[in-house]
Design a protein around this ligand. Structure first.
Ligand code: HEC
Length: 134
């Protein structure tokens, strides 16, 4: 009787150690999920710094060229004197993206200073395509 108990106890231990590597992975998350999560654009830490550095000298509290403010959520949602900046999910058709590329007849922005880097343009495009969340 005593031997039998020992045997079953050790088989529980073995079974437990076999399952350990599986449990080390967080439940419900594959490595692919993790990658997608980190790619989601965060307005405050990724989009806002681009506007702050390259745009608000002309589209901020002091000046609103083209009737546009990019220093407030309301301003970004409202757009400029020619209309809204984007429809969530449609970056390629948006005036914001046309403005930073100088396409579709829009003056290339920033009007003065360095053109946005490809990585910065991609952040703005991804942000709109992901639903333009604030
Ligand atoms: C040196 C000043 C200056 C800077 C910096 C600047 N802009 Fe502009 N922006 C203007 C002027 C002036 C206009 C209005 C004339 C025009 O549309 O050609 C304008 C117009 C716009 C419009 C069109 C608004 C409308 O509805 O008519 C958008 C969109 C825009 N800017 C986006 C940006 C973005 C995005 C940045 C930063 C990446 C930026 N601008 C930086 C001067 C600037």
């Amino acid at each position: 009787m005593k031997t039998l108990w020992l045997a079953s106890a050790s088989s529980v231990l073995i079974a437990g150690s076999l399952f350990l590597p599986v449990q080390a992975q967080p439940f419900g998350q594959s490595p692919g999920d993790v990658k997608q999560q980190t790619r989601e654009i965060v307005f405050r830490t990724q989009v806002k710094p681009i506007f702050d550095k390259s745009c608000i000298s002309c589209h901020g509290a002091a000046r609103q060229r083209g009737g546009l403010r990019l220093d407030t959520v309301d301003g970004i949602k409202k757009g400029g004197e020619s209309g809204m900046l984007f429809v969530a999910g449609k970056a390629k058709d948006s005036r914001l993206i046309h403005s930073i590329n100088g396409t579709n007849g829009m003056t290339k922005m920033p009007m003065v200073g360095d053109e946005l880097k490809p990585a910065q343009k991609k952040i703005l495009e991804d942000w709109i395509n992901q639903g333009a969340k604030f």
